[in-house]
Design a protein around this ligand. Structure first.
Ligand SMILES: Cc1cc2nc3c(=O)[nH]c(=O)nc-3n(C[C@H](O)[C@H](O)[C@H](O)COP(=O)(O)OP(=O)(O)OC[C@H]3O[C@@H](n4cnc5c(N)ncnc54)[C@H](O)[C@@H]3O)c2cc1C
Length: 372
């Protein structure tokens, strides 16, 4: 089949990779691939730490995707030869002072009820793992199943693999979709019209900017602003694994890369497409990060970035065929799009191949859009 994918972020590119392996002719339409949320992300594969009291089916999907990642990494790296920087060092959870510790104890109880292994650590055990961490931290625990990959290396690796598999990237924006004789066709911003057999919509937070879409789709996705920082530590063992913390009630994560870069994040703001960087959240993130890891004070400041998570009506992904048409959706990856892409790319490929919604993503299909 001839498949046109709108959007070259992790959602579009991971689907393109799996589809190209079935010998489809795949083309991605994106004026600037891999520059949206997929560029900003911290790359955590963290189903357990990200669990939310009201989102248990989503947790199970995230856990499943987490299990698929090592094999998916191997498949992409085998084609591209470019490392994705998957690290399986686990995640350390730190409660900085007593109120933070109480909150994290409650969360750990909930996580254990869900079958997640959360192992309490003594201060000495933490110091053995992470000698540079400072502060009182009355709560510390390890979640071994939460890990990370380098999302920027992932996107490089995918791009090289896609080139080798013959996937074309057209650096143009999609202005709208036309529905003619029941078939969706793509209208580019230069007004040229493309008629693929299948259209896969994976445009992240910017879906509402595409004309001609049913209102139930364009109204289903909102942008959720995230401000995130990157610093370069003097040594590449200042931090050895992901640390997630609560510090005076504020959540924070620090994600170390192999080259000494540390990603520090992130805000979550419901303010529409406001691209401004704000002093207060940046100051808070840096203050709390240096409280926990004083050595970060000597790091070089590299980058602040603002991007938008694609949040859906119920914060869960929307993946599958739209009303028995040639339009398929891979949207609403929200806070977990890197993590979820191993599974969602697999199941959207299966939906396109078979014309049926796979059981594993039954409740994340497009049918629920009409109920809202
Ligand atoms: C600060 C921050 C930290 C995050 N950390 C993590 C993390 O640690 N772990 C995790 O799993 N997730 C994380 N996420 C979430 C994750 O980044 C997103 O869920 C994921 O990147 C969404 O991928 P996407 O492909 O849907 O969107 P995007 O990466 O935004 O890609 C969408 C693409 O569509 C293109 N596009 C838009 N409109 C059009 C158009 N009209 N025509 C053609 N192309 C178009 C854009 O150019 C863009 O390239 C984080 C997000 C943020 C913002």
């Amino acid at each position: 089949m001839d498949i046109g994918i709108i959007g070259g972020g992790v959602a579009g590119q991971s689907a393109a990779f799996r589809l190209a392996n079935y010998d489809h002719q795949v083309t991605i339409y994106d004026p600037s691939p891999a520059t949206g949320a997929s560029l900003a992300a911290a790359g955590m594969l963290a189903p357990a730490s990200e669990v939310n009291f009201s989102e248990i089916p989503l947790l199970r999907l995230m856990e499943h995707s987490n299990e698929l990642w090592p094999e998916f990494v191997r498949q992409i790296e085998a084609v591209s030869g470019v490392s994705i920087g998957l690290r399986m060092d686990g995640t350390l959870i730190i409660g900085y002072e007593s109120n933070d510790a109480r909150d994290l104890e409650r969360l750990a109880e909930f996580q254990r009820e869900l079958g997640i292994e959360v192992t309490r650590l003594t201060r000495n055990q933490v110091k053995e793992l992470e000698p540079e961490l400072g502060g009182p931290f009355p709560f510390a625990a390890m979640i071994r199943t939460d890990n990370q990959l380098d999302n920027r290396q992932l996107m490089n690796s995918l791009q090289v693999a896609l080139d080798r598999l013959g996937v074309k990237t057209v650096h143009k924006s999609v202005a709208s979709l036309n529905k003619t004789g029941g078939i969706y066709e793509i209208v580019l911003d230069d007004q040229s019209i493309i008629r693929p057999d299948i259209v896969l919509l994976a445009a992240g937070s910017q879906v509402s900017g595409i004309g001609g879409l049913p209102a139930s789709i364009s109204g289903a996705i909102r942008p959720v602003k995230g401000q995130i920082l990157r610093v370069q530590a003097k040594s590449n063992n200042l931090l050895n694994r992901v640390v997630r913390s609560k510090t005076f009630g504020k959540t924070l994560y620090m994600v170390p890369r192999i080259n000494g870069e540390v990603v520090i994040g992130a805000t979550q703001e419901e303010v529409g497409f406001d691209t401004t960087a704000k002093v207060r959240p940046i100051a808070e993130m840096l203050t709390n990060a240096t409280l926990l890891l004083p050595g970060l004070g000597e790091a070089d400041f590299k980058e602040q970035m603002v991007r938008f998570r694609p949040g859906s009506i119920d914060n869960a992904p929307i993946v599958g065929q739209y009303h028995s048409s040639n339009l398929f959706l891979c949207l609403g990856h929200f806070r977990h799009g890197i993590l979820l892409s191993a599974a969602l790319s697999k199941y959207i490929t299966s939906a396109i191949q078979s014309g049926n919604q796979p059981g594993e993503i039954e409740e994340f299909g497009a049918a629920r859009l009409e109920a809202n």
